[in-house]
Design a protein around this ligand. Structure first.
Ligand SMILES: [Mn+2]
Length: 420
């Protein structure tokens, strides 16, 4: 046990030094002790007095809060968390407007022991990147059209701010990296806390301004590419834009890379209006991974041959899912959208439209770690509606831990490539 802990600490120290080029430790967290477990009271000359993880103002993972939006706000960062408290595009249970606050509450413990991600061998909070919590985008609950514009404007303002850290050099060749964006600029990353899934339409409009049409990895129990007439009946043009149709509109607007199997849903298990929903999904540019494939992927369907010996271990279970996603997305810039309902309601009950038969939190986290090395330009976690959670904060904790994996993957791979 002791040996394991020492080794872990050693690896942590090594990772710290490897990233020292990004800047000094004081970047993170700002005006705060490095990690809440170091909090001391009364403070002395070297340690800032701070709250413990269960007290004080709650930000994501107790990161420093920065007022990023507004006139003359110029704070630079590398990764920003921002809330989009919008839930008036929901078809069943409302309440995701409280999602950002709920996820932050569920994330308080993330840095209790220091925040080192053992399987990914990185501490995102101590990677040299400047990571902040920007609070929430002001979103009106009275006018969806206006709210969607507010979300786009807020996201775009953050996305087009110059990042805090330079791109740096390629870890293997040592050559300087150049941005992978379409506008040729180096952009920071934004992790949006939803909000219902409608918020992804304005976010993708924002992403388009930097990256053009983007590949999407979408984890969800639902398609969300439904035609408005099928989902909600579209009694008005505004009602046609909701949390079941936003990907249809994103596809219609050319925001998603279409036509060459580039985007991928995972965890699908919804009922449909009929098989044509899958055809419509195909037309929106998505490949599908159904939730139940985690039990069958890579396996022979012949009776008695359920576990085909000829297949490598990287083609079954979570590894099989990871392989399929990576084959579809390749090394293109990719946007990651995670609906908490991709996880089974046994683990994450507090969501707008729960579906049984989903993946466990462990399985989704494993799959997310399997995205290590991909160029994830920004991400979101949506549909957390804390009012339906248990007193044990099951859902908000799962949401925060899922985002910890996303943050770790992001911290490991800069958004750059070697010029060819
Ligand atoms: Mn969804």
């Amino acid at each position: 046990m002791k040996l394991t802990i020492s080794l872990t600490l050693l690896i942590g120290v090594a990772a710290t030094f490897a990233h020292e080029g990004h800047g000094d430790e004081s970047q993170m967290p700002l005006d705060y002790v490095r990690f809440p477990y170091q909090a001391q009271y009364p403070g002395d000359d070297t340690v800032v007095t701070a709250d413990s993880i269960f007290s004080g103002i709650t930000t994501f993972a107790k990161l420093p809060w920065v007022q990023c939006l507004g006139k003359n706000k110029v704070e630079a960062f590398d990764i920003a968390f921002i809330g989009a408290p919008f839930d008036t595009g929901t078809s069943y249970r409302p309440g995701a407007r409280f999602g950002p606050a709920g996820i932050r509450a569920g994330s308080r413990r993330l840095t209790l022991y220091g925040g080192y991600n053992v399987p990914l061998e990185v501490n995102p909070f101590f990677s040299g990147l400047k990571i902040v919590d920007c609070g929430d985008i002001p979103v009106t609950p009275y006018d969806n059209h206006h709210a969607i514009q507010q979300i786009e404007n807020g996201h775009r303002e953050l996305l087009h701010r110059g990042p805090f850290s330079p791109l740096g050099n390629d870890s293997i060749t040592g050559e300087p990296l150049v941005p992978i964006s379409k506008d040729g600029k180096h952009h920071p990353r934004v992790i949006t806390l939803g909000g219902d899934h409608t918020i992804v339409l304005p976010i993708l409009r924002s992403i388009y301004t930097a990256y053009g049409a983007i590949s999407v990895i979408h984890f969800d129990s639902h398609l969300d590419t439904w035609k408005p007439k099928v989902f909600g009946g579209a009694p008005s043009s505004q009602a046609a834009i909701n949390h079941g149709t936003y990907f249809y509109w994103a596809s219609q607007e050319g925001l998603i890379k279409n036509g060459s199997s580039i985007a991928s849903h995972g965890a699908i298990r919804t009922t449909l209006s009929g098989p044509t929903d899958y055809e419509n999904d195909d037309n929106s540019g998505f490949q599908r991974i159904e939730a139940r494939e985690i039990d069958t992927i890579g396996q022979c369907s012949l009776p008695g041959l359920m576990y085909a010996h000829s297949l490598g271990s990287d083609q079954v279970g979570t590894d099989g899912i990871i392989k399929k996603i990576r084959e579809v997305v390749g090394d293109k810039p990719v946007y990651l959208s995670i609906d908490i309902d991709s996880i089974d309601p046994a683990f994450a009950p507090a969501t707008g439209t729960p579906e049984t038969g989903g993946w466990s939190t462990r399985e989704l986290r494993t799959i997310l770690r399997g995205l290590d090395g991909l160029h994830i330009v920004s991400a979101d976690l949506v549909e957390v509606a804390p009012a339906y959670d248990t007193n044990a904060e099951l859902t908000t904790m799962a949401a925060a831990d899922v985002l910890f994996e996303v943050l770790s993957v992001m911290a490991k791979t800069p958004l750059g490539k070697v010029k060819n």
